[in-house]
Design a protein around this ligand. Structure first.
Ligand SMILES: Cc1ncc(COP(=O)(O)O)c(C=O)c1O
Length: 485
């Protein structure tokens, strides 16, 4: 084998084509190509073209610097282009880029498993399979739980999001847009309400105890009325409902699900694709409830931007899968494994969780102050919630009978728009802050890199405060008193 240190020594270049290739570089030209040739099935909040990213800062082709409180939807947990991860990617790409998992193992693949084992919420979770996207991890979870239990039915939570591929989308309940017009979807999926006041149609003053009692009753009834336990393979739950509005599952609810699963031989699947790897202040969100699921799915923050996902489960569960039943051309790609190894190694050798918890405290304190400042738009915020650095603001909604009343010192005929979250997001964007909207209710969410600083949080809070104030002023101006003045 030729030596690896010289490209020319083992790759014979082919003759060059006569003409070089020219590529569009200016922003307007790139946008024109995108407009004509890239599917409109992709939503995009604004036509930015990102050129560079470092930490929480992103630079666009037009020279705008943005403060990123999205981390690409919970992916760049160590910040954009983290030097350890980038170095690992470069080193791996210079060595070998594709090791097909049905042909051979690679060092990073096996070392990644070794690095993950001590991070798991329980030693019983010791058997892994890697795929590429979160949706694929969910597909694997569907397949494995059905194969293990020899049962078909799956229970999911109302408001849940599990992905867009065929099986995963059949489990998704956050919005109809993901599956509308594309059925029939995979059958045998049953929905039970998640203990979230708005989705359950009760007021936000309803106690957590009552929400849990209602949700437990509905789950128990589902197993008596619609899907017999003997036909039920798994219950899937996001420990913090993500796309459905960043609502943490109360510990008592997760514990009830664990009990139900134990009683009936149903497998409990925790979808930790968004919540995993430190996002909520623990390695995995199920740890807040001291619950050990039978299977966990993970992706996103796991490899700081390289596409890799996985499932982890118990040895006897994964043992039912015969050779060849799991896999895929790119499954557990070696460069992605190297990136995940560097990410998990950084997490294990630095106190990332302490930073998540300290910054989360700062964020929630700041948001509650903005909410309390009624004179500057705080009245628009119905609820501040989340877990760790999954942070959400739910705004008032004109269509909800649970929206609290307009403060007495404001005109009572103010016209509330249905999308206050998007209006605030837009104002934030004008001030170079990236945030996300989510849910069928007006929710603004933030999911920044876990390594963010106190100054990053201060900057975000200042921009958000100003944005809410501007939106509130416009909404207040629709009121009677203001129009007559
Ligand atoms: C909880 C959860 N499950 C599954 C998915 C699907 O992952 P992916 O978009 O990588 O397919 C997501 C993505 O947002 C998610 O948040």
């Amino acid at each position: 084998m030729p030596s690896a240190d010289s490209y020319a020594s083992h790759i014979a270049p082919l003759p060059s084509a006569a003409k070089g290739l020219e590529m569009t570089t200016e922003t307007a030209g790139l946008l024109e190509i995108a407009d004509r040739h890239i599917t409109k099935g992709l939503g995009r909040m604004r036509d930015h073209i990102f050129k560079e990213g470092k930490g929480l800062r992103v630079l666009t082709t037009e020279g705008k610097q943005l403060l990123d409180f999205t981390s690409g939807i919970g992916v760049t947990s160590l910040g954009h282009a983290h030097p350890d991860v980038t170095a690992a990617i470069i080193a791996q790409a210079q060595s070998i880029i594709h090791v097909q998992c049905a042909i051979a193992l690679s060092e990073p693949y096996v070392q990644l498993v070794e690095s993950l084992l001590p991070m798991m919420p329980d030693p019983s979770l010791d058997s892994f399979f890697f795929w590429n996207s979160g949706s694929e991890a969910v597909e694997a979870a569907i397949k494995v739980t059905r194969a293990k239990t020899k049962r078909n039915n799956i229970i999911v939570m109302g408001s849940s999001y599990h992905g867009r591929t065929s099986g995963a989308v059949a489990l998704t309940r956050s919005k109809t847009v993901y599956s509308k017009g594309t059925g029939p979807l995979m059958p045998c999926v049953f929905t039970t309400p998640f203990p979230y006041w708005h989705a359950m149609g009760v007021s936000k003053e309803t106690s957590e105890e009552e929400l849990v009692a209602q949700a437990c009753l509905q789950l128990d009834n589902l197993l008596l009325q619609q899907t017999a336990p003997e036909d039920t393979a798994a219950i899937f739950i996001e420990p913090v409902i993500g796309e459905g509005g960043y609502v943490p599952a109360p510990a008592a609810y997760l514990q009830h699900i664990r009990k139900v699963c134990d009683k009936h031989g149903i497998l409990m699947v925790a979808d930790e694709i968004q919540t995993g790897f430190g996002r909520t202040g623990k390695n995995f969100a199920v740890e807040h409830a001291n619950v050990v699921p039978d299977l966990m799915t993970f992706a996103k923050g796991f490899a700081n931007g390289m596409p890799i996902s996985g499932i982890v489960t118990k040895k006897d569960i994964l043992a039912v899968m015969p050779p060849g039943s799991l896999g895929g051309t790119y499954s557990g790609n070696v460069v992605a494994c190297a990136a995940a190894l560097a990410t998990t190694r950084y997490m294990r050798t630095h106190d990332v969780l302490a930073n998540v918890n300290a910054r989360a405290e700062q964020v929630f304190k700041g948001l509650r102050e903005i909410q309390a400042d009624k004179a500057n738009g705080g009245w628009l915020i119905e609820e501040v919630r989340g877990s760790g650095l999954m942070v959400a603001l739910e705004f008032k909604s004109p269509t909800s009978r649970f929206t609290s009343s307009i403060p007495a010192d404001l005109p009572q005929d103010i016209v509330l728009p249905p999308n206050i979250n998007a209006l605030v997001q837009n104002e934030c964007l004008d001030r170079n802050l990236l945030t996300l909207t989510t849910s069928i209710f007006p929710v603004l969410r933030m999911i920044p890199a876990l390594i963010l600083t106190e100054e990053d949080v201060d900057e975000m809070l200042a921009i958000l405060k100003e944005s809410i104030k501007v939106v509130a002023a416009k909404i207040e101006a629709t009121g009677n008193a203001a129009t007559q003045a």
